[in-house]
Ligand binder design. Structure first.
Ligand SMILES: C[S@@+](CC[C@H](N)C(=O)[O-])C[C@H]1O[C@@H](n2cnc3c(N)ncnc32)[C@H](O)[C@@H]1O
Length: 297
């Protein structure tokens, strides 16, 4: 799954069949990354959205794979008008605490409901009332068929779709270290690993989504949304780095011996405020053109 969630395997979500291969994300990790995520997302894409408020005057926003609702906590105060957020996730424990308190940019009310869903199996009817669909930090954990299904389910609605913080497989650490590249390559291979649900797209997911929406004739706006981590984010950086290296070693066990010293070196640099990390992500705003919307099946 994303970055350091690789070690967070736990019991399945209550009342929902997650497979053994499904890696769970902890509330702690989501809380740790929330501020960096908020700083990284491309705000100018929201201005494009704001220019075309829903004809009904009320946003109905389906957030796919919402976690604890961080996307909504970022976006709701940036959009004017009443909003109803439908928060989808397959993890019941996360949904239990998921919340988007609002208010909207103009003080309008924000309401929420949660739905235990596998977002790769959404039926068109489930998104039919959407005036906006969002997802954040999701695409890399999906396989090709799953992402194609998500794209199709979203495109049917004809609503705009905002997909933020997709990892694209590029990480920079400064100063550099001879092991950086090998760890990065092994980590990316881990993201593309085969699971019982098929091979995950990992860092290829963003390009795949762009290709799929492109084939549907949608207009798209793409922005980069880097995490720039340094001394101010020591806890997040340390957690991210540790998970990054562990995933790399899980993929290529022959790295493990060297990785012990490497991790010690890097974490010492971090503690001494001598390490800066950039994790590249990309944001995508899809604006379907009415003429090319596909009909609900
Ligand atoms: C890295 S977290 C991001 C959470 C949230 N969007 C955020 O930005 O904080 C990925 C989320 O995707 C959810 N998820 C992954 N695959 C899913 C699926 N097939 N159906 C529903 N939720 C899924 C996980 O449970 C997790 O909450």
């Amino acid at each position: 799954m994303v970055e350091n969630d690789v070690n967070d395997r736990a019991r399945p979500g209550r009342g929902f069949a997650m497979s053994e291969d499904d890696v769970r994300v902890s509330k702690r990790w989501l809380a740790l990354r929330e501020a960096a995520d908020a700083a990284a997302r491309a705000q100018d894409l929201v201005q494009h959205l704001a220019q075309e408020p829903p004809a009904t005057g009320r946003w109905v926003i389906h957030d796919l794979a919402c976690g604890t609702g961080a996307m909504g906590r970022w976006l709701a105060p940036l959009l004017a008008g009443p909003q109803h957020w439908v928060l989808h996730d397959r993890d019941a424990d996360l949904l239990e605490v998921a919340d988007v308190p609002g208010p909207a940019a103009d003080g309008a009310a924000v309401t929420t409901e949660t739905r235990l869903s596998d977002i790769s199996r959404l039926r068109p009817l489930e998104l039919a009332d959407a005036t906006l669909i969002t997802a954040s930090a999701l695409l890399d954990v999906l396989g090709e068929d799953e992402l194609a299904a998500v794209v199709a389910a979203c495109a049917v609605t004809g609503s705009p779709i905002l997909l933020t913080l997709s990892v694209v497989g590029r990480v920079r650490l400064a100063p550099s270290d001879p092991l950086d590249r090998r760890v990065a390559t092994a980590f990316n291979a881990h993201q593309r690993r085969r699971t019982e649900r098929g091979r995950l797209l990992g860092p290829d997911a963003f390009a795949f989504a762009v290709e799929e929406f492109g084939q549907l004739g949608a207009d798209m706006l793409i922005r980069s949304s880097e995490w720039k981590l340094g001394a101010l984010h020591a806890d997040l950086t340390s957690e991210w780095f540790t998970g990054w290296v562990q995933a790399a070693c899980e993929q290529h066990p022959e790295l493990a011996a060297e990785a012990v010293d490497y991790a010690r070196r890097r974490l010492t640099q971090l503690a001494a405020e001598r390490l800066a990390v950039t994790v590249d992500h990309a944001d995508l705003l899809v604006l379907p053109r009415p003429a090319v919307r596909i009909a609900p099946s």
